[in-house]
Design a protein around this ligand. Structure first.
Ligand SMILES: [Cu+2]
Length: 133
């Protein structure tokens, strides 16, 4: 009886480990909301590959180059220092491969995609989106 229980428990553990591996997200969409009445908003897609996470930001209302980063924290409580730099958003698009990280790792903590008004006005935020599952 004891032996049967042990075998079943091992099988269950294996199943749940396999489930966790399958559940690792390969795609994620992040909603990006306007900040400070900028009128700029949109979304970002995160796609996992072996090389890292391909982050593509689509921002309506953006024209000139705007610094874009992933910061630790949330849009309401963000760490001012960028965690991962992304390419500037220009003509509504920023596309960057963030290497050496997984979507799961990003989701395990709080991170946000943050867009700044300009290089001269880095402290002015125009749009932000929380990376969450
Ligand atoms: Cu930033």
């Amino acid at each position: 009886m004891q032996r049967i229980f042990t075998v079943c428990a091992t099988a269950l553990l294996s199943l749940s480990l396999a489930g966790a591996a399958l559940a690792a997200p390969t795609h994620l969409t992040v909603k990006i909301a306007s900040l400070n009445n900028s009128g700029e908003h949109g979304s970002a897609t995160l796609v996992q590959s072996k090389a890292g996470v391909l982050v593509t930001v689509h921002l309506l209302g953006n024209k000139a180059a705007q610094p874009t980063h992933i910061h630790a924290g949330t849009c309401g409580n963000i760490n001012a220092a960028p965690e991962w730099p992304l390419h500037n958003t220009v003509n509504g698009i920023s596309k960057t491969l963030v290497s050496g990280v997984t979507i799961s790792q990003m989701l395990a903590s709080h991170y946000a995609i943050n867009i700044h008004k300009s290089l001269m006005d880095l402290k002015d935020y125009v749009a932000c989106g929380n990376i969450k599952g």
